[in-house]
Structures are given as C-alpha cells and as structure tokens.
Design a protein around this ligand. Structure first.
Ligand code: GLN
Length: 531
C-alpha cells in the first residue's frame, strides 16, 4: 500500500481563476516524473450532480466512462493527464448530504444529533480518502467555489482536520488573483493577503500560493506575498495569462510548482519532468497558421463553456493535423430557411451540437439541410445526429412532419424515439443512457477508416434513439447506419454514402479526446473540412 499524499487546491479572491487547469497541470508534471496521480473535484452546491443543471449555470456537463455526469473540470483532468476519471472524482454537497441523511434514516447514527461537524465533514473526509485507497501516490482535490463562501466552509474545515490527522501527508495550494491597477501601474497583493487571512481564520495555513496575474510578478511582489502570508519564497508561484491552457503545465514547470510540492512533502527531488512531447504540441497549437472556419451550431453559444469538450477536441485534432479550426459559434435560433445559405456559405465544415428540448431545433435542421445539399463536411453529435435523421426524413424521404418524440410527442413519423428502457423512467437525475457502450463499425464507412478498428467504445448521454422501424427506408435512400451497438442493436452512427463527409454520432466523441490522443473523428472531420 502506498503512502498516498493529499494535495488540496483552494481558490481565493474570485472564481474562474483556473483551479482546474492548475490541478491538471500539477498532475501532468507529477505524472511526467513517474508518480501515479488522480484528481478530484468537490463542488459545494446542493445538486446531486450537474446532470440536471442548465449549461448556463456551470457550462458543459462532462460524462465519465462509468457514466457519472460531472463538472467540466473533469474534462480538463482527463485531457491533460490521459487518465480516466470516475464517479468518485466528482462529489457535490448534495451527494454528501444525501449519504448522511440516508444513514440517519437507517438509524446508523444511533440516536445522536446529526450535525455539519462532525457528520458532514466526516463524509467529506471519507470521500477524499476513498480515492487514496486506490493506491495513488497523489490525490489532488480541487475545492470548487471561493474561500469565504458559506457553501465552502465544511470543505475547508475537513481540510483543516485532515491536515492534523495526516501530518506530513497533506499540502494546501491556494490560488489567488494579483490584479494590476493601470491607474497606479501596480500589481496589488492585498486581495491575496486578505484571502489567506480568511483561510487562516478557518485554521488552514496554505503551503503554496499560486498567483494568477496579467503581468509578471516582480521580486518585490513575490517577497511581500511570502512575508505576509507565511510561505517560503519558492512557494510563491506565478501563473501569468497565456494564449492556450495547454501552456500552463510548462509555465508551472518553469515556476517549479512540482519541485515546491515534492520538497514540502519531503520527496527527494532530482531532474525535471520530460515534457518534450507536450511542448511540441503546444508549439503547434500556438503557431499553426493555416486554419479552416468551422461553424458550431447550438443554443448555448453565448457561453462557450457549454461546448468546452468539442472546442478542446478540435484544438487537439488541429495540432495533430497541423491545421487549426477557427471555430465560430452560431445560435441555432438565428438560422432559418431563408438565411441558412448566407450565414453558412463561408464555412469549411459544420458541427451541430448536443442538446435537449425543442428550442433551436428548426435552425439546426436548416443548417444540416444546407450541409447535406452542398456537400459541406458535417458532424452531428448526439442531438446533432438526431437532427440529421429528422432532416433526412423530412426532405429526402418526404416524411412530412417527421420529428423526435422529444420535440413532438405525436409526430406522425417518430424517426427518433424514446428508448424502451427509458419509458418507465420518472426521475430526471442520473437516469439517461450514460457512460461507455460498445459500437461495431461497418467496414464500408468513413469512421472505420478514421478509427482503423471495427469495435469501439464511446460515451453516451441521451434518452432518445434512432427508430429502427425506419432503418431500411433510410438505408435504401443513402443514409446508412454504419455503427451499431452489438448488444442492443441501437443505431449509434449514421453516414451519408453520397457525401464528402457527413456523419452523425449518437455518442460524444468529444469526451474522449486528449492532448496526447486526439480523437480520430475530429482528426478526420477536420481533414475533410480542410480539403
Ligand atoms: N435530447 C437528446 C436525447 O436525450 C439528445 C441528448 C444529447 O444531445 N446529449 O436523446
């Protein structure tokens, strides 16, 4: 059994400083040094998981191999480290309370008063240590929210207790902001000092400070922070704004974050992690000059985080192809039959995004019609695939008012219909077809060419599916079911045979693309767009 070390990442001053990226970067550096690492996110909201959240709240809902609906930071963890996460890697306050309340109902607390301390904090600690049981060298736990939030308090208290209980095996990294005031031309350290003070009031002394900044930190700023916040000078780490998030591990290597962590945890430190391959990819991401315009059509385009994984997958594929995607978001509600051609004519490729509900559906269908009729490479993901099926039914098979029963329960042609297993489902949380499923590819398909193998496994998140009653009719007219689930017979992929590149996938390839393993679908799609 390994003597697992626990690293906590907290945030101060404001949200959105990039705790997820710092956690992922540190993990990347430790892995490059040969350690085994996992990252966990604790989210202080009451929802059991983000599965029922509107993407406007916290951005995309990321899905793990084992079917957990999680925070989008888990996507960063996987993309940076190439290590898959699971249900245990994302825990919310809702889940913590649910476990405690279930125990109370069972009588497990033997008549005691159930309280935040110790019962809620004990459950938080149990969830943190659960990952340690899997024999990692390091468990990095990112605490969502900002220090000082009422919601975060039980988490900070749990960290305080763990620091005592596991002396020498824990470390707290606090990420804060050092703003630049242009009027006085100065970097300001006071917000950091206050934020550390707030942590100290809860009994937690941070070991390392990562300072997010727009300008280089002067030696004076670094030593001021070290002095006022009781940390060593080499534990003050600069995190300056960069062009791409994938540069952050290299920055952290330069700032010796990994060295500071190892030293504090009394590991012998020698050499530096080998990041050559990573560096090369970052160079490509930054310096690729050729690009192709790709339209992403969805209904949450005001918030790019809603499509985080698709965006990142295109960046990975772009670096691989030496050809980047100039991704532009187009609101599906703004496309109609009159303007589709003028809005979309300059794009080398079109992606129709996943989604739920009827808002924006008709715009998506118009965009797909334009892509199909004009031989423009098209990738439909989940709802995007379903819309491609509806479009083909209406405009090619003349099935008037064909639809998905999600949008139109009484459609005369339910070409997309609720899956049988979903018919008895009442609760919305965690009840979709979630996680990894097998798919068998037809050898006469573009995606077989892309993957180079017949059997693939991809992640799902949906309730509706292609209605197999219509399969023959679609296939006879040129829309082929080229990927089938071998166990259930569900259609997972459709392709148009008479088209340059037209593919709809019922699964989410974007969840499996990583920096070092770009996803074959995005690689091939981008190639088709470039041609
Ligand atoms: N709303 C569709 C379904 O549930 C598609 C879901 C998605 O795009 N993730 O089947």
């Amino acid at each position: 059994m390994k003597n697992t070390k626990y690293i906590f990442i907290t945030g101060g001053v404001t949200s959105s400083l990039g705790k997820g990226i710092i956690s992922s970067s540190l993990a990347k550096l430790l892995i490059a040094r040969g350690f085994s690492v996992t990252i966990q996110k604790l989210d202080p909201y009451i929802n059991i998981d983000p599965g029922t959240l509107n993407p406007y709240e916290h951005g995309e809902c990321y899905v793990t191999e084992d079917g957990a609906e999680t925070d989008l930071d888990l996507g960063h963890y996987e993309r940076f480290t190439n290590i898959t996460t699971s249900q245990a890697n994302n825990v919310t306050t809702g889940r913590i309370y649910q476990t405690v309340i279930d125990k109370e109902r069972r009588g497990d607390y033997l008549g005691k008063t159930v309280q935040i301390i110790p019962h809620i904090t004990d459950e938080i600690k149990r969830r943190i240590k659960l990952l340690g049981k899997e024999n990692y060298d390091f468990v990095i736990t990112e605490i969502g929210g900002t220090v000082g939030d009422i919601e975060s308090f039980p988490y900070i208290e749990a960290i305080r207790q763990l620091k005592w209980e596991m002396e020498g095996s824990t470390l707290v990294i606090h990420l804060t902001l050092v703003p630049y005031l242009s009027a006085s031309k100065e970097l300001k350290t006071k917000p950091t000092q206050h934020s550390v003070k707030m942590l100290l009031e809860s009994g937690v002394q941070p070991d390392i400070l990562v300072l997010r900044t727009e300008r280089e930190l002067t030696d004076e700023v670094r030593s001021k922070v070290a002095k006022f916040c009781n940390v060593n000078l080499d534990s003050v780490i600069e995190s300056i704004d960069v062009e791409t998030i994938y540069e952050v591990p290299l920055l952290m290597q330069k700032e010796k974050l990994d060295v500071a962590v190892l030293k504090k945890l009394k590991f012998p430190v020698s050499g530096t992690p080998d990041m050559k391959k990573w560096k090369l990819i970052v160079e490509k991401i930054k310096n690729t000059t050729c690009s192709v315009k790709i339209a992403l059509i969805g209904k949450y385009v005001e918030l790019p985080d809603a499509y985080k994984s698709i965006n990142e997958s295109l960046i990975h594929a772009g670096a691989y192809n030496n050809y980047s995607a100039d991704l532009q978001f187009i609101h599906s509600e703004e496309i109609n039959s009159e303007n589709a051609a003028s809005v979309l004519k300059d794009f080398g490729g079109i992606i129709v995004a996943p989604g739920f509900g009827h808002r924006g559906i008709e715009g998506k269908i118009e965009a797909i019609k334009f892509a199909r009729e004009n031989n423009i490479p098209f990738l439909g993901i989940c709802l995007g695939m379903q819309c491609a099926v509806i479009e083909f039914a209406r405009n090619k098979l003349n099935l008037i008012n064909a639809n998905s029963t999600e949008m139109h329960p009484n459609t005369p042609h339910p070409v997309i219909d609720l899956m049988d297993e979903q018919k008895s489902v009442i609760d919305l949380g965690g009840t979709m077809r979630l996680g990894s499923f097998k798919c068998t590819l037809s050898k006469e398909s573009k995606l077989y060419e892309a993957y180079g193998v017949v059997n693939i496994i991809e992640r799902h998140r949906h309730r509706y599916e292609f209605n197999n009653k219509y399969k023959d009719m679609f296939e006879k007219n040129g829309m082929k079911a080229t990927g089938i689930n071998p166990d259930s017979g569900l259609v997972e992929i459709i392709e148009l045979s008479e088209h340059k590149w037209f593919t709809g996938v019922q699964f989410h390839p974007e969840y499996k693309s990583t920096v070092l393993n770009p996803h074959p679908i995005f690689i091939q799609f981008l190639k088709a767009c470039k041609d």
